[in-house]
Design a protein around this ligand. Structure first.
Ligand code: OKP
Ligand code: ZN
Length: 345
Protein backbone atom coordinates (compact mmCIF):
# COMPACT_ATOMS: atom_id res chain seq x y z
CA UNK A 1 0.00 0.00 0.00
CA UNK A 2 1.15 3.56 -0.64
CA UNK A 3 1.96 5.25 2.67
CA UNK A 4 2.42 8.99 2.96
CA UNK A 5 4.98 10.03 5.54
CA UNK A 6 7.07 13.11 6.26
CA UNK A 7 10.04 13.34 8.64
CA UNK A 8 8.68 16.76 9.68
CA UNK A 9 6.59 14.94 12.31
CA UNK A 10 9.77 14.79 14.41
CA UNK A 11 9.59 18.56 14.97
CA UNK A 12 6.58 18.02 17.22
CA UNK A 13 8.36 16.67 20.27
CA UNK A 14 7.01 18.13 23.50
CA UNK A 15 8.57 16.53 26.57
CA UNK A 16 5.80 16.14 29.08
CA UNK A 17 2.06 16.26 29.68
CA UNK A 18 -0.15 16.13 32.75
CA UNK A 19 -1.50 12.75 33.82
CA UNK A 20 -3.24 12.03 37.12
CA UNK A 21 -1.99 15.31 38.50
CA UNK A 22 1.65 14.61 37.62
CA UNK A 23 4.00 15.78 34.89
CA UNK A 24 4.82 12.65 32.89
CA UNK A 25 6.70 12.02 29.61
CA UNK A 26 4.41 12.44 26.59
CA UNK A 27 2.56 9.34 25.41
CA UNK A 28 2.31 10.75 21.88
CA UNK A 29 5.97 10.58 20.78
CA UNK A 30 8.03 10.83 17.56
CA UNK A 31 9.03 7.18 18.13
CA UNK A 32 5.44 6.16 17.31
CA UNK A 33 5.59 7.28 13.69
CA UNK A 34 9.19 6.11 13.31
CA UNK A 35 8.26 2.57 14.39
CA UNK A 36 5.26 2.53 12.08
CA UNK A 37 7.48 3.74 9.23
CA UNK A 38 10.07 1.03 9.92
CA UNK A 39 7.41 -1.71 9.93
CA UNK A 40 5.87 -0.40 6.68
CA UNK A 41 9.28 -0.57 5.02
CA UNK A 42 10.05 -4.05 6.34
CA UNK A 43 6.71 -5.34 5.03
CA UNK A 44 7.35 -3.88 1.59
CA UNK A 45 4.92 -0.94 1.58
CA UNK A 46 5.78 2.11 -0.54
CA UNK A 47 6.62 5.27 1.40
CA UNK A 48 5.97 8.60 -0.30
CA UNK A 49 6.50 12.20 0.74
CA UNK A 50 3.30 14.31 0.63
CA UNK A 51 2.70 15.63 -2.88
CA UNK A 52 -0.04 18.20 -2.21
CA UNK A 53 -0.29 21.43 -0.22
CA UNK A 54 -3.45 21.28 1.87
CA UNK A 55 -3.75 25.05 2.50
CA UNK A 56 -6.97 25.66 0.53
CA UNK A 57 -8.74 22.64 2.06
CA UNK A 58 -7.47 23.53 5.53
CA UNK A 59 -9.29 26.88 5.31
CA UNK A 60 -12.57 25.02 4.75
CA UNK A 61 -12.02 22.75 7.76
CA UNK A 62 -10.56 25.16 10.32
CA UNK A 63 -11.36 28.78 11.24
CA UNK A 64 -8.90 31.35 9.94
CA UNK A 65 -8.11 32.91 13.37
CA UNK A 66 -7.34 29.45 14.78
CA UNK A 67 -4.99 28.64 11.89
CA UNK A 68 -3.27 32.00 12.28
CA UNK A 69 -2.85 31.37 16.02
CA UNK A 70 -1.53 27.84 15.61
CA UNK A 71 0.97 28.73 12.89
CA UNK A 72 2.54 31.48 15.00
CA UNK A 73 1.87 30.14 18.51
CA UNK A 74 5.44 29.05 19.29
CA UNK A 75 6.88 32.34 17.99
CA UNK A 76 4.38 34.22 20.17
CA UNK A 77 5.37 32.13 23.21
CA UNK A 78 9.10 32.63 22.71
CA UNK A 79 8.49 36.32 21.93
CA UNK A 80 7.27 36.75 25.50
CA UNK A 81 10.59 35.56 26.93
CA UNK A 82 13.51 33.91 25.10
CA UNK A 83 13.80 31.39 27.95
CA UNK A 84 10.39 30.04 26.88
CA UNK A 85 12.27 28.16 24.15
CA UNK A 86 12.90 25.52 26.83
CA UNK A 87 9.45 25.66 28.41
CA UNK A 88 6.09 24.27 27.33
CA UNK A 89 3.06 26.54 27.37
CA UNK A 90 -0.18 25.15 28.82
CA UNK A 91 -3.59 26.79 28.98
CA UNK A 92 -4.96 27.43 32.44
CA UNK A 93 -8.28 29.23 31.84
CA UNK A 94 -11.03 28.32 29.38
CA UNK A 95 -14.10 30.25 28.18
CA UNK A 96 -16.72 27.83 29.52
CA UNK A 97 -20.43 28.71 29.68
CA UNK A 98 -21.16 32.39 30.53
CA UNK A 99 -17.64 33.53 29.50
CA UNK A 100 -16.94 35.18 26.14
CA UNK A 101 -15.23 33.26 23.38
CA UNK A 102 -15.72 35.89 20.66
CA UNK A 103 -12.76 38.07 21.64
CA UNK A 104 -9.08 37.10 21.39
CA UNK A 105 -7.44 38.18 24.64
CA UNK A 106 -4.08 39.99 24.47
CA UNK A 107 -2.59 37.52 26.93
CA UNK A 108 -0.96 34.53 25.17
CA UNK A 109 -1.94 31.87 27.69
CA UNK A 110 -5.52 33.16 27.64
CA UNK A 111 -5.49 32.87 23.84
CA UNK A 112 -4.16 29.32 24.20
CA UNK A 113 -7.13 28.52 26.46
CA UNK A 114 -9.53 30.02 23.90
CA UNK A 115 -8.17 27.68 21.22
CA UNK A 116 -7.80 24.51 23.39
CA UNK A 117 -10.27 22.00 24.82
CA UNK A 118 -7.87 20.61 27.45
CA UNK A 119 -4.47 21.01 29.12
CA UNK A 120 -3.32 17.70 27.62
CA UNK A 121 -2.16 18.93 24.23
CA UNK A 122 1.34 20.32 24.61
CA UNK A 123 2.75 22.61 21.94
CA UNK A 124 6.36 22.40 20.78
CA UNK A 125 8.57 24.47 18.48
CA UNK A 126 7.66 22.43 15.39
CA UNK A 127 4.04 21.58 16.12
CA UNK A 128 2.74 23.53 13.14
CA UNK A 129 5.30 21.99 10.76
CA UNK A 130 4.39 18.46 11.89
CA UNK A 131 0.61 18.96 11.84
CA UNK A 132 0.75 20.77 8.48
CA UNK A 133 2.82 17.92 6.97
CA UNK A 134 0.22 15.42 8.25
CA UNK A 135 -2.58 17.49 6.71
CA UNK A 136 -0.59 17.66 3.45
CA UNK A 137 -0.36 13.86 3.60
CA UNK A 138 -4.16 13.64 3.99
CA UNK A 139 -4.69 15.94 0.98
CA UNK A 140 -2.16 13.87 -0.98
CA UNK A 141 -3.96 10.65 -0.04
CA UNK A 142 -7.24 12.14 -1.24
CA UNK A 143 -5.65 13.07 -4.58
CA UNK A 144 -4.32 9.53 -4.91
CA UNK A 145 -7.70 7.94 -4.22
CA UNK A 146 -9.47 10.43 -6.51
CA UNK A 147 -7.07 9.29 -9.25
CA UNK A 148 -8.15 5.67 -8.76
CA UNK A 149 -5.86 4.16 -6.12
CA UNK A 150 -7.71 1.59 -3.97
CA UNK A 151 -6.16 2.39 -0.59
CA UNK A 152 -3.63 4.74 0.97
CA UNK A 153 -2.23 5.06 4.50
CA UNK A 154 -1.19 8.32 6.17
CA UNK A 155 1.64 7.29 8.52
CA UNK A 156 1.54 10.65 10.23
CA UNK A 157 1.46 12.30 13.64
CA UNK A 158 0.37 14.12 15.73
CA UNK A 159 -3.16 12.66 15.50
CA UNK A 160 -6.09 14.82 14.38
CA UNK A 161 -9.55 13.56 15.32
CA UNK A 162 -10.03 15.64 18.49
CA UNK A 163 -9.23 18.93 16.70
CA UNK A 164 -12.31 20.97 15.75
CA UNK A 165 -12.86 24.03 13.59
CA UNK A 166 -11.22 26.36 16.08
CA UNK A 167 -9.61 24.27 18.79
CA UNK A 168 -6.84 21.80 19.55
CA UNK A 169 -7.16 18.99 22.09
CA UNK A 170 -6.28 15.37 22.85
CA UNK A 171 -2.80 15.63 21.24
CA UNK A 172 -4.49 16.91 18.04
CA UNK A 173 -4.05 20.24 16.22
CA UNK A 174 -5.33 19.87 12.64
CA UNK A 175 -8.02 17.37 11.71
CA UNK A 176 -6.38 15.26 9.01
CA UNK A 177 -9.32 12.88 8.49
CA UNK A 178 -11.55 15.92 7.90
CA UNK A 179 -9.02 17.34 5.45
CA UNK A 180 -9.07 14.05 3.52
CA UNK A 181 -12.89 14.01 3.50
CA UNK A 182 -13.18 17.63 2.38
CA UNK A 183 -10.51 17.14 -0.30
CA UNK A 184 -12.41 14.13 -1.66
CA UNK A 185 -15.63 16.16 -1.77
CA UNK A 186 -13.85 18.91 -3.73
CA UNK A 187 -12.47 16.38 -6.18
CA UNK A 188 -15.98 15.16 -6.98
CA UNK A 189 -16.98 12.49 -4.44
CA UNK A 190 -20.67 13.15 -3.67
CA UNK A 191 -20.74 11.16 -0.45
CA UNK A 192 -17.88 10.26 1.87
CA UNK A 193 -17.89 8.15 5.05
CA UNK A 194 -15.53 8.50 7.99
CA UNK A 195 -15.18 5.52 10.31
CA UNK A 196 -13.31 6.31 13.53
CA UNK A 197 -11.98 3.21 15.32
CA UNK A 198 -9.71 4.99 17.81
CA UNK A 199 -10.41 4.20 21.47
CA UNK A 200 -11.32 7.85 22.07
CA UNK A 201 -14.36 9.45 20.46
CA UNK A 202 -13.40 11.72 17.54
CA UNK A 203 -15.21 14.76 18.86
CA UNK A 204 -13.46 17.13 16.45
CA UNK A 205 -14.44 15.15 13.37
CA UNK A 206 -18.02 14.69 14.61
CA UNK A 207 -18.41 18.41 15.24
CA UNK A 208 -17.02 19.37 11.83
CA UNK A 209 -19.62 17.31 9.94
CA UNK A 210 -22.52 17.28 12.44
CA UNK A 211 -24.82 19.38 10.26
CA UNK A 212 -23.83 17.76 6.96
CA UNK A 213 -25.37 14.81 5.13
CA UNK A 214 -22.58 14.45 2.57
CA UNK A 215 -20.00 13.23 5.10
CA UNK A 216 -21.21 10.40 7.35
CA UNK A 217 -19.39 10.04 10.69
CA UNK A 218 -19.43 6.67 12.47
CA UNK A 219 -17.39 5.97 15.60
CA UNK A 220 -16.62 3.04 17.91
CA UNK A 221 -15.13 4.23 21.19
CA UNK A 222 -14.89 4.05 24.95
CA UNK A 223 -18.09 5.35 26.57
CA UNK A 224 -17.57 9.08 27.20
CA UNK A 225 -19.29 8.81 30.57
CA UNK A 226 -15.97 7.48 31.82
CA UNK A 227 -13.52 8.01 28.94
CA UNK A 228 -11.88 11.01 27.29
CA UNK A 229 -13.17 13.29 25.71
CA UNK A 230 -16.08 12.97 28.22
CA UNK A 231 -18.30 15.70 26.76
CA UNK A 232 -19.16 14.18 23.38
CA UNK A 233 -19.62 10.72 21.89
CA UNK A 234 -22.94 9.48 23.33
CA UNK A 235 -25.31 7.31 21.30
CA UNK A 236 -28.04 9.98 21.21
CA UNK A 237 -25.87 12.32 19.08
CA UNK A 238 -27.30 11.56 15.66
CA UNK A 239 -26.65 14.76 13.70
CA UNK A 240 -28.47 18.05 13.39
CA UNK A 241 -30.47 19.89 10.71
CA UNK A 242 -29.44 18.61 7.30
CA UNK A 243 -27.00 16.25 9.08
CA UNK A 244 -29.75 14.49 11.07
CA UNK A 245 -29.16 10.73 10.81
CA UNK A 246 -25.62 11.11 9.47
CA UNK A 247 -23.77 10.68 12.78
CA UNK A 248 -23.58 7.30 14.50
CA UNK A 249 -21.85 6.81 17.84
CA UNK A 250 -21.33 3.30 19.19
CA UNK A 251 -19.93 3.81 22.70
CA UNK A 252 -18.67 0.65 24.40
CA UNK A 253 -17.80 0.11 28.06
CA UNK A 254 -14.22 0.12 29.27
CA UNK A 255 -12.99 -3.49 29.23
CA UNK A 256 -14.66 -4.35 25.91
CA UNK A 257 -12.79 -7.16 24.12
CA UNK A 258 -12.40 -8.26 20.51
CA UNK A 259 -15.67 -10.18 20.21
CA UNK A 260 -17.96 -7.34 21.27
CA UNK A 261 -15.82 -4.79 19.46
CA UNK A 262 -16.00 -6.68 16.16
CA UNK A 263 -19.78 -7.05 16.60
CA UNK A 264 -20.02 -3.26 16.93
CA UNK A 265 -17.76 -2.89 13.87
CA UNK A 266 -20.40 -4.92 12.00
CA UNK A 267 -23.07 -2.36 12.93
CA UNK A 268 -20.72 0.46 11.93
CA UNK A 269 -19.95 -1.15 8.56
CA UNK A 270 -23.65 -1.71 7.83
CA UNK A 271 -24.27 2.03 8.35
CA UNK A 272 -21.28 2.94 6.16
CA UNK A 273 -22.50 0.62 3.38
CA UNK A 274 -25.98 2.17 3.56
CA UNK A 275 -24.48 5.65 2.93
CA UNK A 276 -23.41 4.57 -0.59
CA UNK A 277 -20.25 6.63 -0.27
CA UNK A 278 -17.70 6.76 -3.05
CA UNK A 279 -14.83 6.68 -0.55
CA UNK A 280 -14.08 5.76 3.06
CA UNK A 281 -11.72 7.40 5.51
CA UNK A 282 -10.67 5.34 8.52
CA UNK A 283 -9.42 7.24 11.56
CA UNK A 284 -7.09 4.41 12.49
CA UNK A 285 -6.43 4.60 16.20
CA UNK A 286 -4.60 1.53 17.48
CA UNK A 287 -5.11 2.27 21.16
CA UNK A 288 -7.84 -0.40 21.38
CA UNK A 289 -5.19 -3.08 22.03
CA UNK A 290 -5.08 -4.68 25.49
CA UNK A 291 -2.35 -3.01 27.49
CA UNK A 292 -2.51 0.41 25.86
CA UNK A 293 -1.32 2.74 28.65
CA UNK A 294 -4.17 5.28 28.38
CA UNK A 295 -7.05 3.18 27.01
CA UNK A 296 -9.24 0.35 28.30
CA UNK A 297 -10.35 -1.99 25.51
CA UNK A 298 -8.74 -5.41 25.33
CA UNK A 299 -8.39 -6.26 21.64
CA UNK A 300 -5.84 -8.98 20.87
CA UNK A 301 -3.18 -8.92 18.18
CA UNK A 302 -5.33 -10.95 15.74
CA UNK A 303 -8.25 -8.55 16.00
CA UNK A 304 -6.37 -5.98 13.91
CA UNK A 305 -6.20 -8.33 10.92
CA UNK A 306 -9.91 -9.10 11.43
CA UNK A 307 -10.61 -5.36 11.35
CA UNK A 308 -8.68 -4.96 8.09
CA UNK A 309 -10.44 -7.91 6.46
CA UNK A 310 -13.88 -6.57 7.46
CA UNK A 311 -13.10 -3.09 6.14
CA UNK A 312 -11.96 -4.61 2.83
CA UNK A 313 -15.42 -6.16 2.40
CA UNK A 314 -16.90 -2.64 2.15
CA UNK A 315 -15.18 -2.53 -1.25
CA UNK A 316 -14.57 1.21 -1.06
CA UNK A 317 -11.55 3.30 -2.00
CA UNK A 318 -10.08 3.85 1.45
CA UNK A 319 -7.76 6.30 3.18
CA UNK A 320 -6.36 5.14 6.51
CA UNK A 321 -5.18 7.96 8.77
CA UNK A 322 -3.10 7.12 11.84
CA UNK A 323 -4.64 8.48 15.04
CA UNK A 324 -3.77 7.12 18.53
CA UNK A 325 -2.01 4.02 19.82
CA UNK A 326 0.44 4.27 22.68
CA UNK A 327 1.65 0.71 23.23
CA UNK A 328 4.44 1.98 21.04
CA UNK A 329 6.47 -1.20 20.53
CA UNK A 330 3.52 -2.94 18.81
CA UNK A 331 2.19 0.04 16.91
CA UNK A 332 3.82 -0.80 13.56
CA UNK A 333 2.65 -4.40 13.76
CA UNK A 334 -0.93 -3.37 14.52
CA UNK A 335 -1.05 -0.81 11.72
CA UNK A 336 0.45 -3.21 9.18
CA UNK A 337 -1.82 -6.07 10.29
CA UNK A 338 -4.85 -3.90 9.43
CA UNK A 339 -3.37 -2.76 6.12
CA UNK A 340 -2.11 -6.19 5.03
CA UNK A 341 -5.40 -7.90 5.84
CA UNK A 342 -7.23 -5.11 3.97
CA UNK A 343 -5.07 -5.65 0.88
CA UNK A 344 -5.54 -9.42 0.99
CA UNK A 345 -9.30 -9.06 1.54
C1 OKP B 1 -5.73 11.01 21.74
B1 OKP B 1 -6.16 10.00 20.70
C2 OKP B 1 -4.14 12.72 30.26
C3 OKP B 1 -4.08 11.59 29.27
C4 OKP B 1 -5.29 11.56 28.40
C5 OKP B 1 -6.25 12.58 26.42
C6 OKP B 1 -6.16 11.40 25.53
C7 OKP B 1 -5.99 11.81 24.10
C8 OKP B 1 -6.08 10.64 23.15
N1 OKP B 1 -3.20 13.72 29.98
N2 OKP B 1 -5.28 12.64 27.44
O1 OKP B 1 -7.55 9.86 20.56
O2 OKP B 1 -5.57 8.70 20.87
ZN1 ZN C 1 -7.20 7.55 21.11
Amino acid sequence: MIAFHSPLHQRHAPEFEFFRGERVPCFETPARAELVRAELVSRGHELRAPTHDCTDVLRLVHAEPYLAFLESAWAQWVGLDPRNEGRQPFPSVWPVRTLRSDVEPDDFVARLGLYSMDNGTPLAAGTWDAAKAAADAAASAAACVAAGTRAVFCATRPPGHHAGADFMGGYCFLNHAAVAAQALRISGAERVAILDVDYHHGNGTQSLFYRRSDVLFVSLHGDPRTEYPFYLGAADETGEGPGQGFNLNLPLPAGTGGGAWLAALETACARVAHHRASALIVSLGLDTRAGDPISKFTLARDDFARMGARLARLSLPTIFVLEGGYATADLGAHACDVLDAFEQG
